[in-house]
Write a protein that binds this ligand. Structure first.
Ligand SMILES: C[S@@+](CC[C@H](N)C(=O)[O-])C[C@H]1O[C@@H](n2cnc3c(N)ncnc32)[C@H](O)[C@@H]1O
Length: 254
């Protein structure tokens, strides 16, 4: 093969690779290279939502996001929270009832709430403002990338994952947030003795989580340790009303 052939070949290869990457991204899949482990296929754990944001959401975002969002780059806790306190990351905070309740019950801790859903984050920021909660900051985006790129290794006191999307169908199981990859990422970001708390009203998700923790290893797992500060609204109330049990799993990094 001549030099020219090689050049053409590599340009075509680059184009194909870029095309594959774009197609995968549109399907919600991507290869993530990170220090937390080997490359893996990142798969979107949330439904892609389209549509216009309401005037209320836009107003809340404009008013509250500048003071609540963490700046780009690795998190500088002192710069963001004005102190270095035990730091909790909540993944998929929704409209933030649990995040706000945690902050109120633990004024000496700080919490970073992450979600991809802007209306939920907007509602949480407005509620936090009304309640005078200032130990709560937000990141709008996929928690995988927040964990990987913004949170320093060994820096988290706890990670909360409450009522994650269950993706109950077998063919969607790969979309569940808990996976070998995310457990490794979370484990690397927790401080020694840090805790991952998962709550779900879906037995299938509890079974999935326990199996993933067991397969990953390095966790002391306790079942049924419901934190008293968590409000009983939202998915917890709906689950109980529908006759489902609430499964609380806490896994301490050993
Ligand atoms: C079923 S809702 C539960 C919300 C909240 N935890 C509650 O209990 O009300 C799941 C939430 O997780 C969010 N989510 C799913 N995957 C996520 C990810 N990879 N990063 C950030 N948020 C995610 C969704 O946008 C949604 O708001």
């Amino acid at each position: 093969m001549s030099q020219g052939d090689l050049g053409r070949h590599s340009a075509a290869h680059d184009r194909d690779a870029a095309h594959d990457r774009d197609a995968a991204r549109n399907r919600g899949e991507m290869t993530v290279h990170g220090e937390a482990g080997p490359a893996r296929a990142w798969i979107r754990s949330y439904a892609a939502r389209r549509g216009r944001r309401s005037a209320l959401t836009l107003e809340r975002v404009e008013r509250f996001l500048p003071e609540r969002r963490i700046p780009d780059g690795p998190l500088d806790q002192h710069a963001v929270f004005g102190r270095v306190a035990p730091l909790v990351l909540e993944i998929g905070c929704g409209h933030g009832a649990a995040a706000i309740a945690y902050c109120q019950a633990h004024p000496d801790h700080d919490l970073l709430a992450v979600d991809v859903h802007t209306p939920g984050i907007a509602r949480m920021m407005a509620a936090a403002h009304d309640a005078g909660v200032d130990n709560l900051k937000v990141a709008l985006g996929d928690a995988v990338f927040v964990l990987r790129d913004r949170v320093r290794p060994g820096s988290l006191h706890a990670v909360h994952l409450f009522f994650p999307d269950p993706w109950p169908k077998d063919r969607h199981a790969k979309r569940r947030f808990v996976s070998a990859f995310t457990l490794e990422l979370i484990s690397s970001r927790l401080a020694p003795g840090g805790v991952l708390r998962v709550a779900t009203d879906q037995e299938l998700y509890a079974t999935h989580t326990l199996a993933a923790l067991e397969a990953h290893g390095g966790w002391d797992v306790v079942i049924g340790d419901r934190p008293a500060w968590r409000p009983t609204d939202g998915f917890e109330r709906k689950g109980i009303a529908a006759g489902r049990a609430i499964h609380d799993i806490s896994a301490t990094r050993s």
